[in-house]
Design a protein around this ligand. Structure first.
Ligand SMILES: [Zn+2]
Length: 364
């Protein structure tokens, strides 16, 4: 028997064992999502061997039914529920994150030689910060808008705000209106801009972006880049914020797609996933987008008594786990995408060789 065969046998056997554990837990009705004691993902199923195997493992008699998804456990720090693409921040849910991975839009534009759009910072630090992963989809969206319309007068006039700066905006608004409470500016700690996942558009030279005429392209297409109009028209009762066609929020492509196609604002979407598509529910949220990408989405309650929350994730599939800032985590499974290969002692030498040769090409 070759080494590979041994590995496959092992992984099938382990898979079956976990399947049996999950089955018995669900029969007992103990919830199933907290498999205490099974703490390290790499020890539970050893799936890297499973999906590194080139031939599909279908003939083995021990293989469970093909439509049965096997879940293994994945541990995250419980405090991570305050972080990630899907955090809900509004009047009720304070932003508790921090240490955002920020980049300057102005600096990135200079580095990339991009002159099609620019950013003005009301903070006058001239940096206009945004979470790193938001920059590229934002830039692609603006470039595609230019290709579609020939217009190149987009200006980013709002990005990340520190809590101190949000407080200053709030105080300035009170001074201006003479009111005791602002109805236009969020209190410090409760603005989505503090997450770095949101930005505001305006147009040059009129400084009046309304998302109308040719600019409605952004409203219609932003979901393709992972953005939603965070405060949509008709949802003011739920968001408690006026229609703001200029305020874009990054939530990631699958979620932006679903929210847009089903006319849900972030409050409604998070509430729906939490109440209807939690891990133990009959069904998870499953859909495919325009490009044929298939997704499975479900909610996992955070274990607030523990520093770590155990998340069930499907074996051998690409997934992401994001905090909601409300009760726990949302798991996104990319059903027809290859998972990132895990580094094992067997493929490390190959990986190093590849990165060295890539580097030598790029540096000179
Ligand atoms: Zn805004």
């Amino acid at each position: 028997m070759s080494k590979k065969q041994v590995n496959r046998e092992k992984s099938i056997r382990r898979t079956k064992t976990l399947f049996e554990i999950l089955l018995s837990i669900s029969i007992i009705g103990a919830g199933g999502y907290l498999i205490k004691g099974v703490t390290d993902r790499s020890e539970t199923v050893g799936h890297s061997q499973y999906y590194a195997e080139p031939e599909p493992a279908t003939q083995a008699p021990t293989e469970p039914e093909p439509d049965k998804v096997i879940y293994e456990t994945y541990n995250v720090p419980t405090k991570d529920k305050f972080y990630g693409d899907l955090i809900l921040v509004n009047d009720n849910y304070k932003y508790l994150g921090g240490n955002e991975n920020l980049v300057s839009i102005t600096e990135r534009n200079q580095e990339e030689g991009r002159t099609l759009f620019s950013a003005v910072d009301p903070d006058e630090s001239d940096k206009m910060l945004i979470v790193d992963k938001v920059y590229e989809p934002m830039a692609s969206m603006i470039f595609d808008f230019y290709d579609a319309t020939g217009l190149s007068n987009i200006l980013i006039y709002g990005g990340y705000r520190s809590t101190e700066f949000q407080q200053k905006l709030y105080d300035d608004d009170l001074l201006e209106t003479g009111a005791e409470e602002s109805t236009r500016v969020a209190k410090a700690g409760y603005s989505e801009h503090e997450t770095g996942l949101a930005f505001d558009f305006t147009t040059y030279p009129d400084y009046d972006y309304q998302g109308e005429g040719e600019y409605s392209w952004f409203t219609d297409n932003c979901y393709k880049y992972g953005f939603v109009i965070r405060y949509p028209e008709g949802k003011e009762q739920i968001t408690k914020i006026q229609y703001e066609p200029w305020h874009f929020r990054y939530v990631g492509v699958p979620h932006a797609y679903y929210m847009t196609k089903n006319d849900l604002c972030l409050e409604e979407y998070i509430n729906m996933v939490i109440t209807q598509y939690y891990y133990q529910a009959q069904k998870h949220l499953e859909f495919s987008d325009d490009l044929g990408n298939e997704y499975e989405i479900y909610f996992v309650l955070s274990d607030d008594d523990s520093e770590t929350t155990t998340i069930p994730v499907p074996t051998g599939q690409k997934f992401e786990v994001f905090g909601t800032n409300v009760n726990g985590f949302i798991v996104t499974v990319y059903k027809n995408q290859e998972p990132e290969p895990e580094i094992t002692t067997e493929n490390i030498s190959e990986d190093i060789t590849e990165s060295i040769s890539e580097e030598s090409v790029e540096t000179e």
